[in-house]
Design a protein around this ligand. Structure first.
Ligand code: ADP
Length: 168
């Protein structure tokens, strides 16, 4: 069974095979974790790599090299914007985790790190998002035999406490 763990870290520095980016639908860089990943990977190279796709809808994924990052790959996924929870937000958020894992499997990824998708600017309540994240990852792992380590990369102690309890 793969190892699930929660850590407190800047995702851009992690030495894993793939990191997941909580992107926006334009895939054009932005603030939060997306901005940090663009700065660390190399802004222009990442923009050049994502330009070919145009927009990416919520719940979907795209993959690029990690460029200057320690991670070989960046999986870009667009989380849902929180609108109160009645607009398919949980299903869309679960799809971000599921499709990121399935795409990483097809790129021979062993270790992958996720940020807490949608919980920044997109406003998804952190506790509910963490439950969706861990449930979706656990449900998908049976289909991803290559993946041996999944890291929930938290950016606050509050998030770390939530995830530590869920992965325990
Ligand atoms: P979204 O638009 O999907 O809400 P944000 O980037 O605004 O994305 O926030 C998503 C989560 O990523 C938040 O919990 C935020 O604290 C976290 N975050 C921001 N920067 C980093 C980073 N460098 N490493 C890991 N997580 C980060």
């Amino acid at each position: 069974m793969p190892w699930l763990k929660a850590i407190l870290a800047d995702i851009t520095g992690l030495e894993v095979d793939a990191i997941v980016n909580a992107a926006n639908s334009r895939l054009a860089g932005g603030g939060g974790v997306d901005g940090a990943i663009h700065r660390a990977a190399g802004y222009q190279r990442l923009l050049d790599a994502t330009r070919q796709w145009g927009a990416c809808p919520a719940g979907e994924v795209r993959i690029t090299p990690g460029f200057r990052l320690p991670a070989a790959w960046i999986i870009h996924t667009v989380g849902p914007v929180w609108q109160g929870g009645q607009n398919d937000e949980p299903a869309l958020l679960a799809a971000c985790y599921r499709k990121s894992l399935l795409l990483s499997e097809s790129h021979s990824v062993n270790s992958i790190a996720f940020p807490s998708i949608s919980t920044g600017v997109f406003g998804y309540p952190s506790d509910q998002a963490a439950e969706v994240a861990v449930r979706s990852v656990r449900a998908t792992l049976a289909c991803t035999p290559n993946v041996s380590e999944v890291i929930f990369c938290c950016y606050s102690r509050a998030d770390l406490a939530l995830y530590r309890e869920l992965v325990a």
